[in-house]
Design a protein around this ligand. Sequence first.
Ligand code: SF4
Length: 230
Amino acid sequence: MPKRKLLTAVITSLQKFYGLPKPPKIKDPLELILWENVAYLVDDKKRAAAFALLKKNVGTGATQILAAEDAQLMEATRLGGMLPEVRAQRLRQIAEIAHWIFKDDLKSVLKKQLAEAKKALKKFPSVGDPGAEKILMLTRSYPVLALESNGLRVLLRLGFAEERKNYSQSYRAVQEALKAQLPADVDRLIAAHQLLRQHGQELCKRSQPLCEGCPLQGQCDYFKATYVCV
Ligand code: SF4
């Protein structure tokens, strides 16, 4: 019977290798949604610049965004990569949902039962299960481990679950495997999310992972299947 994979062992190795990451500064649910939507396919530095400009020129309240000119929104989204007009409209759509559906009180959504809170957050564009879980984790509302694509890839290669036909099935399979071993401490979950993301970006890349320098070799099914002769 294969040995059960342990998240704690993985995170401990990654933390020794990369150091303890600083927790993300944004903790407000609406700001987290705007952060994801102000930019597309750009690095964190460009995303931060686009978000900072939005905050400075317009603000990050729903009513401030609804009162803004298209040109003001686009000034920010232009810093955030391709299709700035589409993303400017999306910021407005997010503000409309926050204002009209949630009455400018998104924080009360975070107090609902987990399934209900996720369902409510998924009313926003581009927020699926992973996005909703990320908001609930970063606002410290629930002890969930949200995974973005890098972190998911790392855990699949390590062997926490088999890759499925589509992204959401793979995501669910990994979450199922992790369910009984997640720490209750949200700060540790946030650090795990950040370390897995960093590892996927820097070493466990989508194509050609840099396994030779990886601290997780001994825990990794992909490494064993690819490099270890049996
Ligand atoms: S050994 Fe290779 S595949 Fe496994 S986690 Fe490290 S970089 Fe990724």
